[in-house]
Write a protein that binds this ligand. Sequence first.
Ligand code: ATP
Ligand code: MG
Length: 425
Amino acid sequence: MANKVTRLRGMYDVTPEEVWIWQRLEQTITGLLHQYGYQEIRFPVLEKTALFHSAIGEVTDVVEKEMFTFETRKGESISMRPEGTASTVRTVLQNGMIFNDPQKLWYLGPMFRYEKPQKGRNRQFTQVGAEVFGFEGPDVDAELLLMTSRMWEALGLKNVRLELNTLGTQTCREAYRNVLIEFFEQHIDVLDDEAKNRLHSNPLRILDSKNPAIKAIIKDAPQIADYLSDEAKSHFQGLLDALDACGLDYVINRNLVRGLDYYSHNVFEWITEDLGAQGTICAGGRYDKLVEMQGGKPTPATGFAMGVDRLVELIKDLNLWQADRLADVYLIRDKAVSAQHGLKLSEVIRKALPNVRLVCNMGEASFKSQFKKADKSGARFAIILGEAEQNEGVVSVKSMVDREFQQQTMAPDALIDFLSKQFER
Ligand code: ATP
Ligand code: MG
């Protein structure tokens, strides 16, 4: 007996039953990106491993343990992209896109991380990202957050909170880093292996620990707020003032850090309580140093990445959306009438009415079973092609939803007229 091959752990299929949620979600989000003047870019799923090592940083969850990395036949190390910022920066540099012009860009697509699969955490997952180059902010950061909040509104999400912090400039962070290391050295017995590993390489990352014992001491840890330069303070205040002026609520979380070394100034997360542990649905911040680190001329940059899988989970869990009908009109054909006749009529209608979704019954079946299928399709009207209709060159129209509607017989031209009025936009 043949063995059934199943899919890989942490991967998933999307069946038609759910794919409409993905489509509507992606359309809503990318529609808003366009409204705000963002343009799409696409880049490969595979990149040289070195790109992620240099852009994301060696001491990060992603690079340390989550990448799908392998060798080509020629022995070159390549990786499935775990996120989009590194590739975006490579793309804009390689294509000379930010030499003179600022850019507002977005991407959408699958990312790959070798993680422990659980709800809201998959090994292939989809992100929508926005990346902006050439604006120092904070106005563009504020606009990015306002746009994101418009996205939640358009999707119908309510319980989402915006958490903000600033990591200051590299100089402020240097000073803060040192006192933070000193502080954690005094509590070395509480640190777990991961935290100890990061103590000297990436101490800010310990602030993000999920370990309860570490969380308890973090409450007394020195705060970045006390080490900010005037420039850093005014950049952050500028962002808060712009959000206040536009009426967008936020919470300042002084322990919010992003895992990657290149972040500076403001960082943020949008978090929902409706998803359990995996509640962050969008995260980002400013990364003014990254372009330079990747060999470009110094270019301020900011952006976010949004977890589309988690948004789909939310919409399903909260039952936020109703599925659309499959068809507007269903064509039913008597066995005595040729299939060609049904196909030809369907084509005439589809060509005349591009916005009307018409399903033509395929194969031979009783009227009863065809009506059942018409009902299931959600069609508002059934078009009936019987023997009598064929002989007279007409069709019958029956409402699938309105009992008062009298079945009518009409010529194809009149049918097109009738349907165009019914489905007027
Ligand atoms: P986490 O702390 O949850 O691991 P992260 O900091 O690794 O998140 P980012 O790299 O900032 O996540 O990615 C941005 C967003 O992409 C996350 O907020 C989340 O919504 C989504 N995301 C990240 N990893 C996964 C995954 N494995 N499965 C599904 N969505 C993910
Ligand atoms: Mg992660």
